[in-house]
Design a protein around this ligand. Structure first.
Ligand code: SAM
Length: 287
């Protein structure tokens, strides 16, 4: 990496929400596939940010330009950065009420639609910490529709991590925005790294989790993604992409510049624990 190493972040910041497709389990494989040197780090499908936080733990001075299309999620990053005290107060309130009657309180909060920034974000974090599997899923109307999870003592207010995340995000070198992934083409320069982790292509008709937002990730989106990756590559960017081991994806990246490798993954999204192991995913890169 080109940035100098500095020990700036006291407590390591980690994802503050569990996100479907989160890359914590694949981190070692991804680390082994990073280019030796790169300029700015771009991640236009940020999700829980596991990869960004991991890179920042080793390289606190890294410039990051990250985004996601899910406006509730991006609002959460921005609120943790700018209004942490108020957010923690609101989460503490959720925690107190949850511990009085978890079932009644969970479903009451789930049906609410707060309009204020703090309440919106604390609701998202509260539901993420207490819902089944920590899954973020919305229906076509954008309504959160996951049932209550079975936790005895969920960590609803992880003050230490939220404080670390807030400090990390306050660094000028980190830019966060809510936008479609294609916009990264205007920002990425020669020598930068662009990590693309879109909603995965389903490999079977029963494995189609694509609803992080009210809009699905369609085949047309995949086509746009392949075009974008080729344009970034022509600009001289390092491009790294992860996806399911899907024929459709491999067909889109069959060009000479792309190398495709299979990696072992242990996905937590399948409701049947027996189907969560021995699963392959792919990593595609142009370097
Ligand atoms: C596989 S997840 C990313 C997981 C992330 N790497 C992590 O470790 O948590 C895919 C993300 O893409 C976002 N997304 C879906 N469609 C998008 C679009 N058109 N543009 C940008 N982001 C999009 C979703 O909101 C979701 O957060």
């Amino acid at each position: 990496m080109t940035q100098e190493y500095h020990q700036l972040v006291v407590t390591e910041s980690k994802p503050f929400v569990k996100w479907v497709g989160g890359k914590r389990q694949l981190m070692r494989e991804l680390e082994n596939n990073l280019p030796k040197q790169f300029g700015t780090y771009h991640e236009p499908f940020l999700g829980g940010g596991a990869v960004m936080f991991n890179l920042l733990a080793n390289e606190p001075r890294l410039s990051c330009n990250v985004s996601d299309f899910n406006s509730d999620l991006i609002l959460a990053y921005v609120t943790i950065r700018d209004k942490l005290g108020k957010l923690i107060e609101s989460l503490e309130n959720h925690s107190k009420n949850y511990h009085k009657d978890s079932v009644e309180y969970y479903y009451e909060v789930r049906k609410q639609e707060p309009k204020q920034q703090i309440e919106k974000v604390s609701r998202l974090i509260f539901l993420n910490k207490t819902c089944f599997n920590g899954l973020y899923r919305v229906n076509k109307k954008g309504q959160f529709n996951v049932p209550l999870g079975r936790y005895t003592n969920p960590n609803i207010v992880n003050k230490e991590n939220l404080t670390a995340v807030s400090k990390t995000l306050q660094t000028e070198k980190i830019k966060i925005s809510c936008r479609d992934f294609e916009a990264v083409l205007d920002d990425a320069k020669k020598g930068d790294l662009v990590y693309l982790d879109p909603p995965y292509q389903p490999i079977s008709s029963t494995a189609n989790f694509t609803s992080y937002t009210h809009r699905d990730f369609t085949e047309d989106d995949l086509r746009r993604l392949a075009d974008l990756a080729n344009q970034l590559s022509s600009k001289g960017c390092h491009v790294l992409l992860s996806n399911s081991n899907s024929k459709t994806v491999k067909n889109h990246f069959s060009g000479k510049r792309w190398s495709i490798s299979k990696i072992n993954a242990n996905r937590a999204i399948n409701s049947n624990p027996a189907k969560r192991t021995g699963h392959k995913e792919i990593i595609i890169k142009n370097y």
